[in-house]
Design a protein around this ligand. Structure first.
Ligand code: URP
Ligand code: ZN
Ligand code: ZN
Length: 484
């Protein structure tokens, strides 16, 4: 076969194995993987390099208004470029429903925004208004279009659906093979803490960390899982930030729950001490759930190594350190009025490689699983996340020895800071491909605006997750009531 491109001489790493070999690419797909491949209109020498599936960023806020109406600094052009520099070939940002808005309108809005992307994309649909027409007509329509994940919030007054609303979404999602993602923090515990802190005038950025207790996350994670178990629906817990939360996830997974979870680099690399920087600097580190402590970092790494998490995602939520972002509500404002979130889409994989693989906390195969393969399975990207014949040629070629000091400019996003500034990283994606096209090569952007494509996704892969039948929903045990 005449290949368009052959990547030769590299060490191919997948979620299952690592071996020396060549990859032949034809028409945007991987056509062959073999010990030696001849030919190729272009031959890329990967000697001394590690060749992995291009990252799939499964948690990013791009061209999205926050619940309080602050627009992210990155649109689909700058966000996708930053992702590509960070070793990603595709991403799944959120498409957020505002209250009163139809899901069809949400999707049309994000289709227009995403048309600028340089990498392939899909959306997780955030549901804030699950009225009957949304549940009965609009979500099934979104699902039929290949949007197979819905996200709900247990916190933020404008987003919190309550337990009943969550059960409705979980039920619809289960019926269609979709997965529900959840931001799990107990809203009333947070509001109660906010009131206590405000009464004492404690409003500096550092009190954000105090206002959202570890127990608020743990309680909500546990509650979300029990809600999902009641209706036997798959559930994905986003941005787990606590040891207790991770322990609950591990236990419930072990017991067969249809459960998936992620954590994020900020919970591994930063602590609440970062919120206590001089003046308003701490605002850069405000995200929810908040940063915790070094003991938690060790525990989360342990859970990553032990398989509690499917993915390490960035939760890229870029709000600039100025009046367009963090300080849209004023410059000297109490922490509850500061936009929540921090950037990190370009730093995710270099950080995970450096602190994970290079430091021996995880294997190279785990790195691949956590960065792309598991996300592809969980979120139904059936042609992505693996290096095998027939798959999209979404590939990243890493120099495992490159030394990099993280700077804001090198993130290639539209931000004016990175929370990872100054961090020493070993390992760098030098060449990144999306469907066979080189999009980043040795620091140069090769992609054109709009060359990314929408990925219609499949249902979540539930193999190995038997789930539960609650007695009360089992017609053989509930006097024959058909409630499911
Ligand atoms: O603080 C964060 N993480 N902001 C983004 C929205 C969310 O909750 O994921
Ligand atoms: Zn969240
Ligand atoms: Zn998020």
């Amino acid at each position: 076969m005449q290949f368009d491109t052959v990547i030769h001489g590299g060490t191919i790493a997948t979620a299952d194995y690592t071996a020396k070999g060549d990859i032949g690419i034809k028409d945007g797909r991987i056509a062959a993987v073999a010990e030696k491949l001849e030919g190729g209109a272009r031959r890329i020498d990967a000697g001394g390099r590690i060749v992995v599936p291009g990252g799939i960023e499964a948690h990013a806020h791009i061209a999205q208004e926050s619940s309080s109406g602050v627009m992210t600094a990155d649109d689909y052009l700058s966000g996708s470029i930053s992702a590509a520099y960070g070793g990603n070939s595709s991403f799944i940002p959120f498409a957020a429903q505002q209250r009163g808005q139809s899901v069809d309108d949400v999707i049309a809005t994000y289709d227009a925004r995403a048309a600028r992307s340089v990498i392939d994309y899909s959306y997780h649909l955030i549901i804030s208004d699950p009225k009957p027409e949304v549940l009965e007509d609009q979500l099934p329509r979104a699902f039929a279009r290949g949007i197979t994940s819905f996200k709900v919030f247990m916190t933020y007054d404008l987003m919190n659906l309550g337990d009943g609303g969550m059960l409705d979404i979980l039920t619809v999602a289960r019926e269609h093979g979709a997965i529900t993602m959840v931001h799990a923090e107990n809203n009333d515990m947070v509001k109660w803490m906010n009131r206590k802190l405000a009464a004492k005038g404690l409003t500096a950025p550092k009190y954000h960390a105090i206002s959202r207790p570890e127990l608020a996350e743990q309680e909500a994670i546990n509650r979300a899982i029990q809600l999902a178990k009641l209706v036997d629906a798959p559930l994905f817990i986003v941005h787990v930030s606590t040891e207790g939360g991770a322990e609950i996830v591990r236990r419930e997974k072990f017991n067969g729950a249809k459960l998936f979870a992620e954590t994020c680099p900020q919970y591994l690399a930063l602590t609440r001490a970062d919120l206590d920087r001089p003046g308003m600097e701490g605002a850069k580190y405000i995200c929810s759930p908040p940063l915790r402590d070094s003991r938690t970092q060790d525990a989360l790494w342990h859970h990553i190594a032990q398989g509690t998490f499917e993915s390490v995602s960035s939760d890229h939520a870029p709000y600039r350190f100025d009046e367009t972002g963090k300080f849209l509500n004023g410059s000297d404002i109490p922490y509850p009025k500061i936009a929540n979130g921090m950037p990190g889409i370009a730093a995710r994989l270099p950080y995970l490689f450096s602190e994970g693989v290079v430091k021996g906390r995880i294997t190279l195969e785990q790195f691949v699983a956590l960065s792309s393969t598991n996300a592809a399975k969980t979120f139904g990207c059936e042609t992505k996340g693996r290096i095998a014949p027939g798959m999209d040629a979404d590939i990243a070629i890493w120099n495992p020895e490159a030394r990099v000091t993280v700077t804001a400019a090198d993130q290639h996003d539209n931000m004016d800071y990175t929370p990872f500034e100054g961090m020493e990283i070993t390992g760098k994606p030098e060449i990144v491909m999306n469907r066979g096209a080189v999009i980043v090569e040795h620091g140069e952007l090769k992609a054109k605006e709009g060359q990314g494509r929408f990925v219609a996704r499949q249902p979540v892969d539930l193999r190995g997750k038997p789930g539960f039948t609650a007695k009360e929903l089992d017609p053989s045990q509930n006097f024959g009531a058909e409630l499911r």
